[in-house]
Ligand binder design. Structure first.
Ligand SMILES: C[S@@+](CC[C@H](N)C(=O)[O-])C[C@H]1O[C@@H](n2cnc3c(N)ncnc32)[C@H](O)[C@@H]1O
Length: 398
């Protein structure tokens, strides 16, 4: 039987990187990682971990990195709509799974104001027990959902990206009906631009395939879904009897490639909202040169239209230089279909005077959008590199 992911028992190098990532993002690492991720969490053990050949150290680091990107989308919405998490009366993470986002939210607002829901009742029980948040079990059919609470923020990461057309419309209307008048509902979808090239969009504006990463959910209610903006716009227009709500879409707004739709309650105007996507990238190679210095190289991508990236190199937390941006990386592009800007290569060199063997090397990808992400490596004593970046393995199928 699979053991839970105990963050205190992973390779200390990856634990140190995870701690650094959280600290740099304004979180307390020990509190964030105090509770082990349970063995029943399919998202971690079946979708994420196999991409890293079952290595729990890398998997734990990726769990933290991806959770920080996830949180960043929600933070921007909450900051701009409410002026911060302190001003949010009630926040619901719907389709929360085992609550990676809850770990972050607990450091931003009291547990009494956090609600979680998922069709996996045991995941909700686990969160209520371990995190002290409020929870209720969801059901396949929104008409049968027994919950009459209202929420200022409802965040739905990667559920609509799996729903067939009738459930897509019905869940959208049901969740929008659970908003306070000034509330906001944010949900992610696979948009038409990332539909596999061998497939064609249906004229209805939605394509549904009855398969998914889940080993237990009925593929008829949870498959893989691709939608056009026109389809989503019509579904938003149909959510209630009142005038069409205010809404915005941010392409690449959530996860690596999902579009993020944000819909307002009856009194919420979202015309000024903007949500940037954190940059991504990582180390790929360290080459030991004859003079003893090391050349590091990898790739990066700016995902927010119109923004640019600067790449700052740090050794043991000390800024030392900028990395050099080089050619585009068409081989990495397939991981980011329809991205507004192409991924590109970067490199930098460190001499033995810059860093000792085993020094912690950090590359901070700093976007003009104001968002930052971080990739980590160690100064190697030999060319075998320990690195934290995405390799060219495929991304987890969210
Ligand atoms: C791809 S996972 C995303 C989990 C979480 N939002 C995250 O980003 O870590 C999709 C989640 O939707 C849940 N789900 C599927 N059908 C649902 C339903 N009808 N109501 C609520 N949750 C559902 C699944 O159990 C799963 O936890």
């Amino acid at each position: 039987m699979t053991a839970p992911l105990d963050f205190d028992r992973i390779d200390p190098v990856y634990r140190a990187w995870a701690d650094d990532y959280l600290r740099l993002s304004g979180f307390d690492p020990s509190a964030f990682l105090a509770v082990a991720q349970p063995a029943e969490d399919e998202m971690f053990f079946k979708a994420l971990l196999p991409n890293f050949e079952g290595d729990r150290g890398i998997g734990a680091f990726k769990f933290v990195e991806a959770t920080m990107r996830h949180y960043e989308a929600l933070r921007q919405i909450v900051d701009q709509s409410f002026g911060g998490f302190n001003e949010v009366g009630s926040l619901l993470d719907f389709a929360s799974g085992y609550g990676r986002l809850t770990r972050a939210l607990l450091q931003r607002m009291p547990a009494e104001r956090i609600w979680v829901s998922d069709i996996y009742a045991e995941a909700i029980d686990w969160q209520v027990r371990n995190f002290g948040v409020n929870g209720f079990a969801s059901v396949p059919d929104p008409a049968a959902l027994a919950h009459d609470g209202k929420h200022d923020v409802i965040f739905v990461g990667s559920l609509f990206s799996h729903l067939p057309a009738d459930l897509f419309r019905a869940w959208l209307a049901r969740l929008h009906g659970m908003l306070t008048p000034g509330g906001v509902l944010a949900f992610s979808v696979h948009d038409q631009s990332i539909l596999p090239s061998a497939e064609a969009m249906d004229e209805s504006g939605i394509r549904f395939f009855p398969w998914s990463e889940s080993g237990s959910l009925d593929p008829a209610i949870y498959g893989m879904t691709y939608v056009t903006e026109a389809f989503v716009a019509e579904a938003i227009g149909d959510v209630g009897p009142e005038a069409s709500p205010s809404w915005r879409v941010f392409h690449k707004g959530l996860y690596e490639n999902q579009a993020l739709y944000v819909v307002g309650g009856s009194d919420r105007d979202l015309s000024d909202l903007s949500v940037a996507s954190p940059p991504m990238g990582g180390f790929e190679r360290a080459t030991l040169l004859t003079d003893g210095s090391v050349e590091f190289s990898g790739w990066a991508i700016e995902r927010t239209p119109g923004q640019t990236l600067a790449l700052a190199v740090h050794v043991d937390d000390r800024p030392v230089r900028m990395a050099e941006a080089m050619d585009d990386r068409p081989d990495v592009q397939p991981m980011f279909p329809a991205s507004p800007m192409p991924p590109f290569a970067w490199r930098f060199r460190l001499g033995r005077a810059d860093a000792d063997t085993d020094s912690a090397i950090r590359l901070t990808l700093r976007s003009t959008s104001g968002l930052e992400t971080h990739a980590f490596a160690r100064m190697p004593s030999d060319p075998a590199l320990t690195y934290s970046g995405w390799s060219r393995r495929s991304l987890p199928p969210l």
